[in-house]
Write a protein that binds this ligand. Structure first.
Ligand code: PGA
Length: 255
């Protein structure tokens, strides 16, 4: 049985002091949980504040939204996996569609980052997803398979279970559109590609999150799907009460 994993992707929002107040309300909303994994993913500047506040609930993990693949060097403006590990960061989002579309990240770049994260002991939340055009022209399976094969190239099967995949169709991010049945079909397909890359037993252990317009009121229908192992939440995670509600609805769905 795969443990559900819920992640709050704050994107470029919340200063370090706003993160402190967020976490204060959040820990009173959500006293404790052990049936699901919860990862808060602030911007780099708010990571120390989030870590300090998360000490009140030991099960909360902190993640980062990006990193460079080199350990150190002349890369102005970049942050390495070593730096994140030194802060006790456990997860890192890689290949988010905003990084791909707005900052030119290619599958090759994402692949270097995935391997560097794993080498440093960070768990990648490796994002994939098709555009609206690719969905409408029924090319989405081809697109997803390409992203998975290129993004995970050279990752040994034993490391694959450390990776969390996040299926985020671009047409669902920030648009209010979600489609649980279409998501389940994509998740089952993603798992079949992972099985081809490794073996059936390994693929069964890899967690695949869904992301794109997740809100407290659509959690239940998403979590009912067999291959949806968690959620990557953007907009709705910026309100501590709504993210806490998403956690409670997930706990209720798995109970
Ligand atoms: P959204 O973003 O929940 O605001 O659609 C999800 C994401 O981009 O990770």
């Amino acid at each position: 049985m795969r443990k559900k994993i819920l992640a709050a992707n704050w994107k470029m929002n919340l200063t370090h002091s706003e993160a402190e107040s967020y976490l204060q309300s959040f820990v009173t909303e959500i006293r404790d949980f052990s049936d699901v994994d919860v990862v808060i993913i602030p911007s780099f500047t708010a990571i120390p504040a989030a870590l300090a506040a998360s000490e009140r609930i030991q099960t909360i993990r902190i993640g980062a939204q990006n990193m460079h693949w080199e350990k150190s060097g002349a890369f102005t403006g970049e942050i390495s996996a070593t730096m994140l590990r030194a802060l006790y960061v456990r997860y890192v989002i890689l290949g988010h569609s905003e990084r791909r579309s707005l900052f030119g990240e290619t599958d090759e770049i994402v692949n270097r980052k995935v391997k560097a994260a794993l080498d440093a002991g960070l768990r990648p939340i490796f994002c994939i997803g098709e555009s609206l055009h690719e969905r409408d022209s029924n090319q989405f399976k081809q697109v997803l398979e390409g992203q998975i094969r290129k993004g995970l190239e050279g990752v040994p099967p034993r490391d694959l279970t450390e990776v969390v995949l996040a299926y985020e169709p671009c047409w669902a991010i920030g648009t209010g559109r979600t489609a649980p049945a279409e998501a389940e079909e994509a998740h089952a397909f993603i798992r079949s590609v992972l099985a081809a890359l490794s073996d059936g037993a390994t693929a069964e252990r890899i967690r695949i999150q869904y992301g794109g317009s997740v809100k407290p009121d659509n959690v239940e229908s998403l979590m009912r799907e067999k291959n949806i192992d968690g959620l990557l939440v953007g907009g709705a995670s910026l309100d501590p009460r709504s993210f806490a509600q998403i956690i409670r609805s997930t706990e209720a769905a798995v109970a």
